[in-house]
Design a protein around this ligand. Structure first.
Ligand SMILES: [Zn+2]
Ligand SMILES: [Zn+2]
Length: 122
């Protein structure tokens, strides 16, 4: 693993998850001032292909990269855009029973209003 790759993983790990490629680049430059934007983007693509990181396609913004040690779903707040992880193992197990075969991968984003936004709306 290259130093750049290790750094990108560290950044994602420290953020507990979800960053755009640009956010990763900005943070990477604090540690490696000479790192190029293209290097970060290229490494992210490679890491996605090898399954080290996940990529979330967002409907209204740049893709988010995800340091996902295990497959999980996401909760997206329609009020403030906050994205958090949610375990969906039980749900996927139920689906596997229903379809009679193994689920190989999934992207699951559940839209909701987070507690802070619910309070604001109340
Ligand atoms: Zn919210
Ligand atoms: Zn996630």
């Amino acid at each position: 693993m290259t130093r750049q790759r290790a750094l990108i993983l560290d950044i994602l790990q420290a953020s507990r998850g979800h960053l755009t490629a640009d956010e990763i680049f900005v943070q990477a430059r604090q540690t490696m001032p000479n790192i190029a934007r293209g290097t970060v983007y290229r490494n992210l693509k490679l890491m996605e292909q090898s399954g080290e990181v996940g990529r979330l396609e967002m409907s209204d913004g740049p893709d988010l990269y995800d340091r996902a040690p295990t497959p999980h779903g996401h909760l997206l707040c329609d009020g403030c855009g906050m994205l958090s992880d949610v375990p969906v193992v039980g749900l996927v197990k139920e689906l596997e029973t229903a379809i009679g075969t193994e689920v190989r991968s999934y992207q699951l984003t559940i839209h909701y209003l987070c507690p802070a936004c619910r309070r604001k709306n109340a």
